[in-house]
Design a protein around this ligand. Structure first.
Ligand SMILES: Nc1nc2c(c(=O)[nH]1)N[C@H]1C(S)=C(S)[C@@H](COP(=O)(O)O)O[C@H]1N2
Ligand SMILES: [Mo]
Length: 328
């Protein structure tokens, strides 16, 4: 995505989606059901001959708490949220993560908690999650490339998890690392990024009540392509901060190095707060293509991008007094 010259509305990207939606409309008009869809290969991404068998339908989750963070924006379809992805460990095209992640094994899973905290160690995912009730949170999701979605995530508050480990005063930042499994992640063969994928937050950002760790979406476990079994969601920041398939969380004193910042420091800052006033050096961030609804918006709805992705009331105070053009 970011390394290749492309604007968000390239014809080659739009056309397959438009064709797909058009085909779906025709199928609906003709009153054909699922069988017609299968026969017509109804997907944005033409299936390649090498496509693997699709992973089993993700298990339903027992979501016990309705989150307080919900939206009235129409949600993105499950199909789009799970077939239009960025997860470069499985390839750089939007359809690659769904197509190439069938061999990835998210169970068993463990996460190492390290650094400046009173409690550290390696925990199974079950142990990490046990004390927490799963919530649903419907968040806006804005990719730095210029598209956005509205996704009902399931998971837990990041702050609630981090507090259990009692970070010390030296914990100024939190660093996250994605699993590195070349045998299950074919994209790791290409040195498009400095693997493993890494991200970070300032400790007060990580402790903000909006910061979330997702284990599912739409009431089901995360499909591999969305970052199974555990990924970060920071809804006021560009999507690349939302690191997937996390195996390490470390409390650190110095601002950690982050993957996209290493790849192109002029284009991707550490903060990466959604900001329509600060253009990406190669494109404007004023508007976004909202991928939502079903069938009606052939080319997606183009809407204005809002400061902090619409969460300014909640998070602007974290950056009081900072020059957001300098700290982009
Ligand atoms: N490990 C890892 N995490 C990642 C990425 C990636 O390539 N590798 N892509 C990021 C980007 S650019 C975005 S927009 C979101 C996409 O999340 P989604 O596919 O669930 O919408 O994941 C982020 N997390
Ligand atoms: Mo992104």
């Amino acid at each position: 995505m970011h390394l290749r010259q492309r604007s968000d509305i390239r014809a080659s990207e739009i056309t397959p989606e438009a064709v797909y939606r058009q085909r779906r409309n025709v199928i609906k008009m003709l009153g054909l059901g699922a069988a017609g869809l299968v026969a017509g290969c109804g997907s944005e991404n033409a299936p390649s001959a090498a496509a693997e068998a699709p992973a089993a339908e993700p298990k339903a989750l027992s979501v016990t708490r309705k989150g307080e963070y919900t939206l009235t924006d129409p949600p993105t379809s499950y199909k789009d949220a799970t077939h239009y992805n960025n997860f470069y460990e499985f390839g750089t095209d939007k359809g690659d993560p769904a197509r190439n992640s069938g061999r990835f094994r998210p169970t068993p899973w463990s996460v190492e908690i390290a650094g400046h905290a009173e409690v550290t160690g390696k925990y199974t995912l079950e142990d990490l999650l046990r004390p927490h009730a799963l919530e649903e949170r419907i968040y806006r999701h804005r990719c730095v490339e210029g598209w956005s979605m509205v996704i009902p995530w399931n998971g837990i508050s990041l702050a609630d998890l981090l507090k259990r480990f009692k970070p010390t005063a030296q914990a100024k930042y939190v660093a996250f690392t994605t699993v590195n499994r070349p045998s299950e992640m074919p994209g790791l063969r290409d040195a498009v990024l400095d693997w493993p994928y890494r991200e970070g937050l300032r400790i007060d950002e990580a402790m903000h009540p909006l910061a979330f760790l997702a284990t599912g979406l739409y009431g089901r476990e995360l499909p591999n392509q969305n970052g199974a079994p555990l990924r970060l969601i920071v809804p006021w920041k560009y999507g690349f901060k939302g690191i997937k398939s996390i195996v390490k969380i470390e409390f650190v004193e110095v601002m950690p190095r982050t993957t996209w910042n290493i790849a192109a420091p002029r284009e991707y800052g550490f903060y990466s707060n959604v900001n329509p006033d600060v253009d990406h050096p190669r494109w404007s961030q004023r508007t976004e293509r909202r991928i939502a609804g079903d069938g009606l918006n052939l080319f997606g709805n183009r809407i204005g991008t809002r400061p902090f992705n619409g969460y300014a009331d909640q998070v602007a105070g974290l950056y009081a007094g900072m020059d957001l053009r300098k700290y982009f």
